[in-house]
Design a protein around this ligand. Structure first.
Ligand code: F6P
Length: 342
């Protein structure tokens, strides 16, 4: 039996509640554990702000979007005395171990805290699917489903008006959502941060389908920059606690494409719609498996480890080996998509 603290930190993501539910049910039923939820990520742990977490509080939440614990981008390392307050709150509350559900920034903090002898197990989340040590992070499949449905809709209105439609999807550092949703909707151009393309390339891709009497579709990840285009946004970098808001690249490209090709062009930014709402079935199952595995990792004393997917298996990987680098779209995967361009 253990007393386990749970927190969700960083941007939210469909499936957080399914992970929380799986952890609590596994812990209570199999190990006789007790749980303490921390409100709004690291902030709750620093301030000692807790939420009750028993089998009743997780009843029926497996298919619910958001997180019942709340989340924030509070970084305890940026707060003087934050780490000491975390250690003392864990002591006072009698918490034996912490399960931290978060993305790159959150897991990097978890790794540092784990090196300070705080017993931590990580669970990777991000719709961007760019965490290095896991094949998939939960939320990604849901985001792709949402983006695909939205882009299908953009295609029919584009067709009616003979317009070029641009769909901007999330993906700060990696273009996984753009790649999957773009391939699923047969986009004529997929623009991602990993691949530089010039305005000339993009216009050529747009003109190709027009010549065949088809309305062009461009899917662009928010982190894409065209060749020669200067950085339109101030902050970048691996730290998810910086100001991550990008957005606007689609709106930026639309008038340029329209002017150069003479094709009327509209852009739609899908934004946080990709993060909100219920997780898809694939993510619900993945989250449940990750939650079960995280609690078992606690009982094995697998501190400083993160549960991850490798093929169809749930494995443990060290946090130290997982943070500080990202899983970007490899050339071979992009090449498969370019077959459909133009
Ligand atoms: O990390 C996931 C992500 O959805 C990014 O793709 C996006 O840039 C960012 O979060 C947006 O974060 P916020 O909700 O803080 O604006």
């Amino acid at each position: 039996m253990a007393r386990i603290g749970l927190l969700t930190s960083g941007g939210d993501c469909p499936g957080l509640n399914a992970v929380i539910r799986a952890c609590v049910l596994r812990g209570i039923r199999i190990h006789g554990d007790q749980f303490v939820g921390f409100a709004d990520g690291w902030r709750g742990l620093i301030e000692g702000s807790t939420l009750e977490l028993d089998w009743k509080s997780v009843r029926g939440i497996g298919g619910l979007g958001g997180t019942i614990l709340g989340t924030s981008r509070t970084n305890p390392l940026g707060d003087r005395g934050g780490v000491e307050r975390i250690a003392s709150n864990l002591r006072v509350l009698g918490v034996d171990a912490l399960i931290v559900i978060g993305g790159e920034g959150t897991l990097a903090v978890a790794n540092i805290l784990s090196n300070s002898a705080i017993p931590i197990v990580g669970v990777p989340k991000t719709i961007d699917n760019d965490l290095f040590a896991t094949d998939f992070s939960f939320g990604f499949h849901t985001a792709v489903e949402i983006a695909t449905e939205a882009i299908d809709r953009l295609k029919t209105t584009g067709e009616s008006h003979h317009r070029c439609m641009i769909a901007e999807v999330m993906g700060r550092h990696a273009g996984w959502i753009a790649l999957y949703a773009g391939m699923a909707t047969s986009a004529h151009a997929i623009l991602i941060p990993e691949q530089k393309a010039s305005i000339e390339d993009i216009c050529e891709w747009v003109e190709g389908p027009v010549r065949r009497g088809r309305p062009p579709l461009v899917v662009v990840a928010e982190g894409f920059l065209a060749k020669g285009m200067s950085e339109p946004h101030s902050e970048r970098g691996l730290d998810a606690f910086d100001r991550p808001r990008l957005g606007g690249i689609g709106e930026h490209l639309a008038p340029i494409i329209e002017e150069r090709t003479g094709i009327e062009t509209r852009s739609t930014t899908l934004g946080h719609i990709q993060r909100g709402g219920a997780p898809c079935a694939t993510d619900r199952v993945l989250c449940t498996r990750l939650g079960l595995a995280a609690v078992d990792a606690v009982h094995d004393g697998a501190w400083g480890q993160m549960v991850a997917t490798r093929g169809d298996e749930i494995v443990r990987v060290s946090l130290a080996d997982s943070v500080g680098r990202l899983k970007t779209v490899p050339q071979s995967r992009y090449d498969e998509a370019t077959y459909l361009f133009g």
